[in-house]
Design a protein around this ligand. Structure first.
Ligand SMILES: O=C(O)CCC(=O)C(=O)O
Length: 320
């Protein structure tokens, strides 16, 4: 089981609370990083088995060329891709694409922990739940879910700025998201960008990820056009190495650019954890979690096999 290489500091906790994002440098050891990299690569080899895998570059290319056949065939049980693409066209909002040749693909999959035991162990035991325990100021922590995001070299698709909260069927404040890279990443290779302090603002509608078009049927106002006016927002980004973990509050606005590198892939896992104040809340239009075994009632605390408790506060950690 992995262990943190060092304790989380008070400054790192303060940054999470004030800015809505904190960079934990070198908190995972080489073995943990290698385990995660192996899990991501295994998942990529078994994308065909996943109901939630999407090749977002294939979707943008088929949208641009009007290839309706490919769009209707694109795998994935969470979304009706052909309908979403129609909705994007009607919205007249552009696809968010960097000016590079676009040989690489932006690949995304959800709920790897439901099909890969080693990945599940990584998410639910040891160092990573320990980080959530240190940041959430909660007596216990529930695992909420996972995704992986791969941007191959020369991927032109950006990840539209968004908050995670409107995609998650929960409400409350104690939810953090860990973005864990297994490759070096900079803003030019698809490293994360965050709008500092945005976790204290309002909740916007979820978008379709490759455009600022909102998900059909979702609630809330559209997000401001951050991509088009980056200097008007307090956007921060970090150069990260394997072993580093970026943690953001689930309401913090964030996004990424394309991967402009000619040779460096950018692979990352995004792991989500909740504390005591989180309650289930249905949200229209959001992707269903197809692996879930039960559906909680609105207002219920997280519990059961879908949201296992992965960390509990020890007596010596309680405030005096
Ligand atoms: O890796 C990306 O491009 C996006 C990741 C993301 O949005 C997340 O982890 O919440």
């Amino acid at each position: 089981m992995s262990a943190l290489t060092r304790p989380i500091t008070l400054d790192e906790i303060a940054a999470y609370n004030v800015a809505g994002v904190t960079l934990l440098r070198g908190v995972l050891d080489l073995q943990s990083v290698n385990t995660l990299r192996r899990c991501i690569d295994d998942a990529a080899e078994t994308f065909a088995e996943s109901q939630c895998f999407y090749d977002l570059s294939a979707i943008t290319k088929a949208t641009e060329t009007g290839d309706a056949e490919t769009l209707s065939e694109i795998s994935g049980g969470q979304h009706n891709i052909a309908a979403i693409v129609e909705h994007v066209k009607e919205s007249k909002r552009e696809l968010l694409i960097d000016k590079i040749d676009g040989k690489g693909s932006f690949l995304l999959d959800t709920a790897i922990s439901a099909r890969n035991r080693e990945f599940r162990r990584f998410c639910t035991l040891g160092a990573v739940p320990e980080i959530a325990g240190a940041l959430l100021a909660s007596q216990k922590v529930n695992f909420f879910g996972d995704q992986i995001f791969i941007k191959e070299p020369q991927t032109r698709e950006r990840t539209a700025f968004h908050q995670d909260a409107p995609y998650f069927e929960i409400e409350g404040e104690q939810c953090c998201v860990m973005w864990i890279p297994v490759d070096p990443a900079t803003v030019k290779t698809g490293g994360m960008m965050y709008v500092r302090g945005s976790h204290r603002g309002r909740l916007y509608a979820p978008n379709v990820f490759i455009s600022q078009t909102r998900l059909p049927g979702s609630e809330g106002d559209d997000l401001p056009n951050i991509e088009g006016a980056m200097d008007r927002f307090d956007v921060v980004h970090f150069d990260v190495e394997p072993g580093d973990v970026l943690v953001h509050h689930y309401k913090t606005i964030h996004g990424t650019g394309g991967n402009h590198s000619r040779y460096q892939v950018r692979r990352a896992a995004s792991l989500r954890y909740c504390g005591d104040d989180i309650r289930f809340k249905s949200r229209p239009g959001v992707p269903r979690q197809l692996h879930h075994k039960t559906r909680l009632e609105d207002g219920a605390p997280l519990s059961g096999v879908d949201f296992p408790v992965v960390w509990r506060q020890r007596k010596d950690q309680r405030a005096a």
